[in-house]
Ligand binder design. Structure first.
Ligand code: HEC
Ligand code: HEC
Ligand code: HEC
Ligand code: HEC
Length: 459
């Protein structure tokens, strides 16, 4: 018995390390307390895993290169450069494979092909074929890790925009590949399916070890279906998902909450109940088990020096590109619909004094500190009147509309300032919903009414 337990405990697992829905991000926006997601951290982290000598598969589940299918004209070059950094980073990480996601086809099939070719990484998508029935990508690969044969089947689950591809049924596709592939030890479906579709696939096709999805949610809880683990990744590169699989026999994988609940019960139990629980736990531990966690890519993580310089060069490039974009319109001076905070201060002096002591009054300085004040992807939440017809629309012309000031929240106020008529100004609402326009959940700043409202309240 003791020997058996020891063998179980020391058996080397297969560890799947993966991401999905990075959405073209190369660095965090800098906003939250501990901004997560720099691509240079992911590269360093993968390096760290690899040097530990264990058995890994490294991959990405799609929506890697772009956030959406279209970019506004002024952001096209910026987004293309980020995609290029990501493809070179994938090459540096030597990922085992990629699965496509819908937004990866931002520059069409040809654009995607260029990116994956620069990434030197195979794409697996068994359910996409051309009109003539030819495969659009590789369908599957068999990897050898620790003497085991691991079959990975890629499933896209969507028809790429602008392509002639035909989408095959995921279940039929997986079945026919398994039938062709012959004997393997572990079968994994790496997909861009949504979670319900992945769960259906797992329950209708027993014998899979895992069905992975690029589910756009954080802190996923693994589900078990048809004996397989169904679980997602993090998003925007904020974490690496890590799924360990201990395969000891054929049959279902147990782990996650089920094992944890048993362990907790066992700790509290005594006597006969304890023996029964222990037996149940031993039973599970003798079979196939899994462990899932996400590893945060926060500031404390080391960065790959080379990739970090690519990202720095990108930031500089954006600044240079914006600085050189034709002749800069004059800085906004109050001639439009916005008056600027100094005009408001004339009648709302006390509020102005209070506002000056909030972080809002320094929001533009935060961009300056990082040299990102000309980045169109930053300016909106760190100024007033961006892209408003009566405001400014060239980052160089911010003029007196720097910082999160009165009119960032109350809207254009010149007409009100001239008359003092309160019908001509937006009052707003002191509640989280009103602040979410900028304090988006995506930023993960832990914004709550209770912590944040009192710090700026002037009503
Ligand atoms: C000429 C003086 C004057 C200036 C300048 C002025 N306000 Fe006012 N503001 C008033 C008065 C008077 C009221 C009404 C106070 C009341 O009824 O309690 C008011 C009310 C408001 C209200 C509350 C509206 C409501 O529905 O309760 C807001 C918000 C406001 N001002 C914002 C601003 C902003 C932003 C600016 C600068 C763009 C500004 N004000 C400039 C005089 C001024
Ligand atoms: C126009 C965008 C915008 C809106 C709307 C907005 N904020 Fe902010 N807020 C920011 C930015 C940008 C910062 C960071 C400023 C900096 O430090 O550079 C910030 C920072 C803060 C901070 C400081 C946080 C800290 O950790 O010190 C508080 C508190 C805050 N906001 C509260 C609010 C509340 C409450 C609302 C809604 C009533 C609100 N904000 C609406 C953009 C906005
Ligand atoms: C969707 C709105 C939004 C956008 C877009 C945005 N920010 Fe922010 N930013 C915020 C908010 C809100 C905060 C305040 C977060 C907090 O502390 O609660 C903030 C805070 C910051 C801070 C201060 C962090 C600190 O605590 O010291 C920096 C620096 C910053 N942003 C840089 C950027 C850069 C660079 C970009 C563009 C790449 C950007 N932001 C784009 C909303 C935004
Ligand atoms: C971060 C967003 C934000 C900023 C910046 C901001 N306000 Fe407000 N302000 C609000 C909100 C929200 C309310 C209304 C709260 C409510 O009634 O629930 C408010 C209320 C007011 C009122 C009504 C006060 C009362 O007692 O009736 C005035 C006046 C006002 N603001 C003026 C200003 C001026 C002037 C500035 C700039 C110096 C400013 N605000 C900056 C969000 C903001």
């Amino acid at each position: 018995m003791f020997l058996l337990l020891l063998a179980v405990a020391t058996q080397n697992p297969l560890t799947l390390v993966y991401t999905g829905d990075r959405m073209g991000k190369v660095e965090p926006c800098g906003c939250p307390q501990n901004p997560m997601g720099h691509i240079a951290r992911q590269v360093a982290a993968i390096d760290g895993y690899r040097s530990s000598g264990e058995n890994y598969l490294f991959f990405d589940l799609g929506n890697l290169f772009f956030e959406s299918l279209q970019s506004p004209k002024e952001l096209r070059e910026q987004h293309a450069r980020r995609a290029a950094i990501l493809s070179r980073s994938v090459a540096r990480m030597q990922l085992d494979f990629l699965v496509p996601g819908p937004t990866d086809f931002h520059a069409g099939f040809e654009g995607y092909k260029r990116l994956v070719s620069a990434s030197k990484t195979p794409v697996l998508a068994a359910d996409l074929s051309t009109k003539d029935g030819l495969p659009a990508f590789e369908s599957h690969r068999v990897f050898k890790r620790a003497g085991k044969r691991i079959l990975v089947i890629g499933i896209a689950g969507f028809t790429p925009q602008g392509s002639e591809f035909v989408l095959q049924d995921a279940l039929d596709t997986v079945r026919s590949i398994r039938a062709k592939a012959g004997a393997v030890d572990i079968t994994i479906v790496a997909s861009h399916l949504d979670r319900p579709a992945a769960l259906r696939l797992a329950s209708e096709e027993p014998g899979l070890a895992a069905v992975l999805v690029a589910d756009n949610h954080l802190h996923l809880i693994p589900k078990e279906a048809g004996g397989a683990v169904v679980v997602g990744s993090s998003k925007q590169g904020k974490h690496l998902a890590e799924l360990k699989l201990w395969q000891r026999q054929s049959g279902a994988y147990a782990g996650g909450m089920k094992m944890r609940r048993l362990q907790i019960k066992l700790r509290k139990a005594s006597g006969a109940e304890r023996a029964v629980l222990q037996q149940e736990l031993d039973g599970l531990n003798a079979g196939n088990t899994f462990k899932y966690r996400i590893e945060a890519m926060g500031e404390q993580r080391p960065e790959d020096a080379e990739v970090a310089t690519w990202v720095k060069a990108y930031v500089h490039f954006v600044g240079r590109m914006e600085a050189a974009r034709g002749v800069a319109p004059p800085g906004y001076d109050g001639s439009g619909d916005f008056a600027g905070f100094e005009v408001c201060a004339a009648c709302h002096g006390k509020i102005n004094e209070q506002w000056k002591n909030t972080r809002h009054a320094h929001a533009y300085q935060s961009l300056l500190d990082r040299g990102q004040q000309l980045d169109r992807e930053c300016i909106a939440c760190h100024s007033a009147g961006w892209r408003h017809p009566g405001g400014f629309s060239d980052p160089r012309s911010v003029g007196i509309l720097k910082n999160v000031q009165c009119e960032s929240c109350h809207g254009p106020g010149k007409a009100h300032a001239q008359s003092g008529d309160k019908a001509l100004i937006e009052r707003g609402k002191g509640e989280a919903k009103f602040c979410h326009r900028c304090h988006q959940e995506e930023l993960e700043t832990g914004f709550t009414e209770a912590t944040h409202l009192p710090l700026i309240k002037h009503w």
